[in-house]
Design a protein around this ligand. Structure first.
Ligand SMILES: [Zn+2]
Length: 497
């Protein structure tokens, strides 16, 4: 039975406590400890492998410096401190997708600690603590069939960064906001594809509930298998409800790992605490410790790219955009990049007015075309120069807004520049001659006396209909807002017939 928990409120007598463990594959060219390519997404199974990532005995791993760099960059963006010394450890557990019987990870001296991430929720800014960001390797992948399983080792040894938060989130929605913000930062840094649906970004959640006001944390469960922001929020909503119901019924909550079943909208037990692994961590003897010079950390700190919060603020101050527009173009980095390319194309008028017009056309009409064609802004056939050209035509009042939409459709489909399309199609400039327009309007009023009276007697819809008639007469060459203004004043100044 499918259960929709999203509309159930958690109530006020219990408090929900959530911490997240996020794993992100890093966008390095090669794997964590060997030179195999990480570009295996479309490769046949077991083609990106070598003795190191297959876990053969006697091989020696070599640390991928780019993976260390990416992890430190992420840690700095998350306000963490970076120790001068770090090391790798063996995390021992037997599982078929881990051929060598251990995963190389980091235990007591991770690459970073003690950071934070700010999120905005319900108009409030909240600081979520980051416990640590560390580096490890991904496992192989098991493919389960009816009565047997197959293994694909291509994923084995892919650099995997783990970002552990403090239990600072107080609602499933807040957990989703945290995930979204974190994903934004990883994408801006260029260290992660951020694709949850492909499993390159994964999330496990620890969740407990406690009576409001109680200091001591409740017994927590760990939720796995959530592969979208929506499922993170839904799984946590469900689990919070389940735990609260158990406490209300006087039943104990067991510390266990539970899996989220997307199709049924529930979490199910996977592993109890008694079955939990003792990982018997010890320092990886085949790898040297990492000595991280302060100069290098400062170099990385200085070279960090602009992060989402900074872009959001800049879009509002430099371009005068609304918070909402700035948000949309920050969340979708490619959309913001496109907008900035439009803005680099020279323009004589006022910059903020241009920015507003660019954002309006980009976020409504261009996005509409992209959606209709099931494509992304990165693959848009409409160049930023073409959009800027269209905005120029609008600015010069060479075309009306209505005509601009048609020209945009054509430019999107053909790849031609809007001004070329306007010339080719013989689109005439809008009627700007006030007296010519007025005589057409007077004519329309005279021919539609009944509708004009309807308007005068309070039927506001009648005005829109008359505007439509004038637009028809002028074959779309008049500007609708001007038509409406003249029409309204003419109707108001002449008494009903
Ligand atoms: Zn390999």
């Amino acid at each position: 039975m499918a259960t929709n928990t999203s509309d159930i409120s958690i109530g006020t007598d219990y408090e929900v406590v959530i911490g997240l463990e996020v794993h992100s594959q890093l966008l390095t060219k090669s794997k964590m400890f060997c030179s195999c390519s990480t570009d295996y997404a479309n490769a046949a199974p077991n083609t990106h492998v070598c003795p190191v990532c297959m876990g053969m005995p006697g091989v020696l791993p070599v640390i991928n410096q780019q993976a260390v760099t990416y992890t430190i960059m992420t840690a700095l963006a998350l306000n963490c401190s970076i120790p001068e010394y770090s090391k790798f450890d063996r995390k021992n557990y037997p599982y078929p997708d881990l051929m060598k019987g251990y995963q190389i990870s980091q235990y007591d001296i991770p690459l970073s600690r003690n950071g934070y991430l700010m999120i905005e929720h319900n108009g409030q800014t909240r600081k979520i603590g980051i416990t640590r960001v560390h580096l490890e390797e991904d496992t192989a992948r098991l493919l389960h069939h009816g009565g047997y399983s197959l293994i694909d080792i291509n994923r084995s040894g892919t650099p995997l960064m783990e970002i552990v938060s403090e239990p600072d989130m107080r609602s499933p929605e807040e957990a989703r906001f945290y995930m979204q913000k974190l994903r934004e930062i990883l994408v801006y840094l260029g260290v992660s594809s951020g694709r949850m649906e492909e499993g390159s970004l994964r999330c496990d959640a620890n969740i407990s509930v406690r009576p409001r006001g109680q200091q001591k944390l409740g017994v927590k469960t760990e939720i796995k298998n959530m592969n979208s922001f929506r499922s993170v929020e839904r799984a946590l909503e469900y689990e919070a409800q389940r735990q609260i119901a158990m406490l209300r019924a006087g039943e104990p909550i067991h510390q266990e790992t539970r899996g989220w079943v997307e199709t049924r909208g529930i979490t199910v037990p996977q592993r109890s605490k008694e079955q939990a692994h003792d990982y018997r961590y010890f320092p990886e003897p085949d790898l040297p410790p990492l000595i991280i010079s302060r100069e290098w950390v400062e170099e990385l700190r200085i070279s960090l790219p602009e992060l989402p919060d900074a872009r959001r603020t800049r879009y509002m101050t430099e371009f005068g955009l609304s918070a909402q527009d700035a948000n949309v173009m920050t969340e979708d980095k490619a959309l913001g990049d496109y907008f900035e390319q439009v803005m680099t194309i020279s323009y004589a008028g006022e910059r903020k007015a241009r920015a507003k017009l660019s954002a309006n056309w980009l976020l409504s009409e261009v996005v509409r075309l992209l959606k209709a064609n099931d494509t992304t802004v990165e693959d848009s056939p409409l160049s930023p120069a073409a959009l800027a050209n269209l905005l120029d035509l609008l600015d010069k009042e060479r075309i009306t807004g209505k005509q601009a939409k048609e020209v945009l459709d054509e430019a999107y489909a053909s790849g031609e520049m809007p001004d070329v399309i306007v010339t080719k199609k013989g689109i005439k400039p809008p009627i700007s001659d006030q007296s010519a327009l007025e005589s057409i309007i007077e004519d329309v009023i005279a021919k539609n006396a009944k509708v004009a009276n309807d308007y005068r007697s309070g039927k506001t819809n009648a005005l829109q209909w008359l505007v439509g008639q004038v637009m028809k007469q002028t074959r779309g060459q008049a500007k609708a807002d001007i038509v409406q203004k003249i029409l309204k004043s003419k109707l108001d100044e002449t008494p009903s017939a």
